[in-house]
Ligand binder design. Sequence first.
Ligand code: GRF
Length: 217
Amino acid sequence: MAKLKVGVLISGRGSNLQALIDACEDESYPAEIALVLSNVADAAGLKRAEAKKIPTKVIDHKAYEDREGFEDAMQEALTAAGVELICLAGFMRLLTEGFVGRWRDRLINIHPSLLPAFRGLNVHDRVLEYGARFSGCTVHFVRAAVDDGPIIAQAVVPVHQDDDADSLAARILTHEHRVYPLVVRLIAQSRVRVTDDLVTVRDPQAPMGTMINPAPE
Ligand code: GRF
């Protein structure tokens, strides 16, 4: 069966891109990365793709007068590569309603909190300041508002009392690297449907058990 062609948009480190690259190495994985697009020329993630001979392209937003011009260039590159699903993976540009609309339900993002809590930047600092006992990550379809849209999957991690933003980020990141490839696989298998802005997954495996933090003694 033909594999789903994925375009990954990055601006930096690219550890989630790496998780997708690793997943795609498995022959039975139903998706492949057709293009890695970065708006930052020296994004470390580009090297990860080049190492695996995955096509890359840099489109520097600063070279364009406005967002639309930048997005038109991205659109052209994505279409030329035959991309069917876009994964935002640490892509640090806001997208216009026009672009998001064009890719409706074919554009996903990973965010390091349990949405709708803690949208935006400096997530982990804010989680710690708030005293939340759990955090995690969310993969969702993208809508025009920032970090908004139908949720596909989430992973929950406990917040430890001695956490700082870095230790919490690291704990969550490990799970991001599991959840993003899982979601791309579910989409490639046509098991994800959006109806009235709610996602249903065909044959989901619901986890058992409850987490309480602090744990009952
Ligand atoms: C991740 O924490 C992701 O959730 C957020 O940006 C970070 C990107 O990290 N959107 P990386 O570039 O994938 O390592």
